[in-house]
Design a protein around this ligand. Structure first.
Ligand code: SF4
Length: 399
């Protein structure tokens, strides 16, 4: 098989941030070593099933992979090298500013990591408190220095729209982030999902109800949609002025520092995801592992296949994902992949968005307009087949 991209999920976190709906689990979980063993088993099986393919991009996400110990990182590296031909052009690990040290960074670099995605979220003490984060504002600069000292690229994640955040506070966060000179930035609106997730079961104690209450209170204290749109526009203007290209709805990069791994997702390429809650897209089919650790462990013990995504529609998914990018949806290329009838369907589905000023058609390339970037879900909904629209959108958001 040709080269693939590989996603590895390490779910463990020092604490649970109340807004987060990723597949996470406590770092102290009694299931931690069983999970890492199961992950190695899954890696070995998948590598054998795919005939030890070449891996061009690797993304180790979570959770907080930066908090696992150097010996755990070395075991993971051994499993990956045995199962795959690691011809890495880019390899990213996600990190929390408070749980990154030189010994761990060296272990990640020995695995082949080339960039670190740092969950800064805010550089403002009030912002970090409002988000329920446990790290301190000053941890981010120290973490950036540590990453840079080892020659690794830096991406910073920021969240806007936290309760009480003003436009001035957001400008200050962006200015502080730019001053750290990251190669790449991701800016996400604070979105508060009020539906319980599978990973709730991984966290003992207060459970879903306290999380739901926190989210309801935080949501009530957020700015409205117009306020969120204003914050987004501030990010667009500020980051463009600082030399960052807005290459995807929520992502900005210096030229040449775009995230190659995530570009594979947005171009709906081939990737394998291993670990709890990980999604895969191989040979045109989407599938996933469950986010609850016990369900994941049972599945690996039983050597059960990944759960197929019954709502997957490769044609619609490819169009929606391409529109997230500034390069847009090239309908000639799309015809080569899915045929002329599929292009005719997409053109018809885009016509209304073009009329609403959300999409611009430039010869055979469709792109979101600035207004379309703010209202992208309006465009995507019109591209979906008649299945459960909300479910499909959330599956794509998770990739
Ligand atoms: S936001 Fe990051 S650190 Fe917080 S619970 Fe989610 S994955 Fe863990």
């Amino acid at each position: 098989m040709s080269a693939i991209s590989l996603y590895v999920h390490v779910p463990f976190c020092a604490a649970r941030c109340p807004y987060c709906d990723f597949a996470t689990a406590p770092a102290t979980s009694r299931l931690r070593s069983r999970y890492l063993d199961a992950l190695a088993t899954e890696i070995g099986r998948e590598g054998a099933a795919l005939d030890r393919p070449s891996v061009r991009t690797l993304y180790v996400g979570g959770g907080t992979p930066s908090l696992i110990e150097p010996d755990e990182i070395a075991s993971l590296a051994g499993a990956l090298r045995d199962a795959f031909d690691l011809a890495l052009e880019e390899a990213t690990v996600e990190a929390n500013p408070a749980t990154l040290d030189r010994a761990r960074l060296l272990a990640w670099r020995a695995l082949g990591i080339t960039r670190v995605s740092l969950g800064a979220q805010s550089l403002n003490t009030a912002g970090l408190r409002a988000l329920g984060r446990t790290h301190q504002a000053e941890d981010t600069a120290a973490a950036v220095d540590a990453i840079r000292s080892l020659g690794l690229a830096v991406s910073l994640d920021l969240i806007f729209g936290w309760p009480g955040q003003t436009a001035e506070a957001w400008r200050a966060d962006l200015g502080g982030a730019i001053a750290l000179q990251p190669d790449h930035l991701s800016c996400y609106p604070l979105e508060l999902n009020l539906e319980p997730e599978e990973a709730v079961a991984n966290w003992p104690g207060a459970g879903w109800e306290s999380v739901r209450r926190w989210r309801a209170d935080a949501g009530a204290a957020q700015v409205d949609d117009e306020g969120m749109a204003r914050l987004y526009r501030i990010a667009e203007r500020t980051l463009q002025a600082a030399g960052y290209r807005h290459y995807e709805i929520a992502n900005w990069a210096r030229r040449g520092s775009e995230c190659r791994h995530n570009l594979v997702y947005w171009r709906n390429g081939e990737w394998l995801g291993v670990g709890a809650g990980a999604h895969s897209h191989l040979a045109g089919a989407r599938s996933r592992r469950p986010g609850a650790l016990t369900a994941y462990l049972e599945m690996i013990d039983a050597d059960a296949p990944r759960i197929a995504d019954p709502l997957a529609d490769d044609e619609a998914d490819t169009a929606m994902l391409a529109l997230r990018l500034d390069e847009g949806l090239d309908l000639v290329e799309y015809a080569g992949r899915f045929g002329d009838p599929a292009v005719a369907r997409r053109r018809a589905a885009l016509a209304e968005s073009v009329a609403l000023g959300l999409v611009r058609l430039d010869h055979d390339v469709a792109r979101l307009t600035p207004r379309g970037r703010l209202l992208a879900s309006e465009v995507f909904v019109r591209l979906l087949p008649d299945d459960d629209v909300a479910t499909r959108s959330s599956v794509l958001a998770a990739t």
